[in-house]
Design a protein around this ligand. Structure first.
Ligand code: FES
Length: 509
């Protein structure tokens, strides 16, 4: 009899959020146009910004390089919360009590804002208020958990210390934030896009921005040869496709993490949970019809392109689901890529101190459902009122080498090491591949990456990343070529799946 791991791997990788919603069909840009505000990226950040700015009366256009909401926004566990691991203790040290308080307040307001948008537009998206827990099963992290509760309470956040959670294993202690929320992100976003268009907004899919020329207005050129003239541009493309001199390649790093949608024998009535210690385990429920449920189980984060066997991460999660929840079936599994700023505070605001017409919203450190709403509120206030109370905390030009130095040096040494190591790795000489296998090899005297599909077709690409020249590596779980330096990802034929790279890998065969 097949075991659960083998049964799961027969099915392709597919996000539950995408599989249970319709596809979109917005047109591609087919002429030069002009607008007040151009938003590049049609994920949760782009669409939330677009919705709020349209309501303020701006003329707003959203463009997406593929179909809207198909990327990170639909590869998430979809928790809406102001509890971001044990963030408040470190925020107090880094930006002081007032800064940490503002961070907490704006994240709490973001939850209410999303709930208000859902009510205003009558959106059916499985939204429910839930408690959110960060727990530890180890004695040595208990003090950190207790400190976080005290700090969060002192900042006015809805925190309590708990020891009894509705999980099928015991924990030593947990921070609980009450009245947080969860939803089906793509049901929400497709309706948000509809509301934006009903209000007079415009969406263009399959329209890739490749550069911005800033003069008195911004002229954004697209790959299909057209341009968009706008007073302001908001870059909501996950990794900024345009750097503007902000050096974001060196100031943020990417991690992949994995999720399963699980049918299990052991059910829980609700709550959202994440372990503090590694390996991270994230758990929430997703309601199904007739009182049934899926468990959304996530974790296993690692630096993008830094692992030899991504399938192991799915296997570890499946084993966790079997051992703890008596998993019966795993109908869906997916992975996501998230960026983190070196000082672990997202970049939201003017992209640099002297480019006041170009905004960036990025580096959400896996808390994108809530932080996207935070970005929309901050940018809307700057554009509509000239100022946001929270802008100083998040501004992308805040670069302070001292507070970020440790991570900055570590992450950039990793990039240098990947550049050098990638060029010197010995490679196998033979080109024989099993169907479904991909790996690096020598082809025609050059370093290359080869993949054989199930029909026996071979794809060979030059493994030099088109961003800054690191060597991409094979990701066996997602069947993609991933860059360990700044996390560009390419399909088997070299097409860009995720930036910062803008051009495909060279196809050698
Ligand atoms: Fe930067 Fe590859 S070198 S993403």
């Amino acid at each position: 009899m097949q075991n659960l791991i083998d049964k799961t791997f027969i099915k392709p990788v597919e996000s539950y959020w995408i599989a249970t919603t319709p596809t979109t069909n917005y047109p591609a840009l087919s002429e030069n146009i002009k607008t007040d505000i151009l938003i590049v990226g049609g994920g949760i950040t782009g669409l939330t910004n677009a919705y709020l700015l349209k309501k303020e009366g701006f003329d707003v256009v959203v463009i997406d390089s593929g179909r809207i909401t198909m990327s990170t926004s639909s590869h998430t566990t979809a928790k809406i919360t102001s509890l971001h691991d044990l963030k408040y203790s470190s925020l107090i040290k880094q930006i002081g009590t007032d800064g940490a308080k503002k961070y907490g307040e704006i994240n709490e307001t973001a939850i209410t804002m999303i709930e208000d948008v859902i009510k205003e537009n009558n959106i059916s998206c499985d939204f429910s208020r839930q408690p959110n827990y960060v727990y530890t099963r180890e004695d040595n992290y208990l003090q950190k958990i207790e400190d976080e509760v005290k700090n969060a309470e002192a900042l006015g956040l809805p925190a309590t210390f708990e020891t009894s959670l509705e999980l099928p294993y015991s924990v030593k202690g947990a921070v609980c934030f009450h009245n947080q929320a969860q939803f089906h992100p793509r049901k929400y976003l497709l309706e948000l896009a509809n509301a934006f268009v009903r209000n007079g907004g415009h969406i263009f899919e399959n329209t890739t921005a490749i550069d911005i020329h800033e003069d008195r207005e911004c002229k954004t050129s697209t790959r299909n040869g057209f341009s968009i003239l706008s007073a302001k541009v908001i870059i909501a493309s996950h990794f900024p496709f345009y750097d503007g001199g902000g050096f974001f390649s060196a100031r943020m790093y990417a991690e992949r993490s994995y999720s399963l949608a699980v049918k299990a024998n052991i059910k829980i009535s609700g709550g959202m949970y994440i372990s503090y210690e590694d390996p991270t385990r994230s758990i929430r429920t997703q309601p199904l019809e007739e009182d049934d449920q899926l468990l959304i189980i996530g974790g296993e984060h690692h630096k993008t392109g830094k692992d030899n066997d991504e399938k192991e991460h799915y296997k570890n999660l499946i084993k966790f689901a079997e051992d703890n929840f008596k998993a019966l079936e795993i109908p869906y599994r997916w992975s996501a890529q998230d960026y983190t700023a070196m000082n672990e505070i997202p970049f939201i605001g003017h992209i640099t101190a002297n480019k006041l017409n170009i905004f960036l919203a990025a580096a959400y450190q896996k808390w994108g459902m809530t932080t996207s709403a935070v970005s929309a509120m901050i940018i809307k206030d700057i554009l509509a009122k000239g100022k946001s109370e929270a802008e100083e905390i998040f501004k992308p030009s805040r670069f302070t080498p001292v507070d970020s130095a440790k991570n900055f040096i570590k992450e950039n040494l990793d990039v240098v090491e990947s550049l050098i190591a990638g060029k010197l790795d010995p490679l196998p000489e033979d080109i024989s591949l099993e169907p479904g296998e991909g790996r690096a090899l020598m082809y025609d005297g050059k370093k290359a990456g080869a993949y054989k599909d199930m029909e026996g077709n071979i794809f060979i690409v030059d493994t030099t990343c088109k961003h800054l020249g690191c060597e991409v590596r094979w990701n066996s779980a997602e069947k993609s070529w991933d860059c360990p330096c700044h996390a560009s990802r390419y399909s088997i034929d070299g097409t860009v799946l995720e930036g910062p790279a803008l051009k495909p890998l060279d196809r050698l065969f």
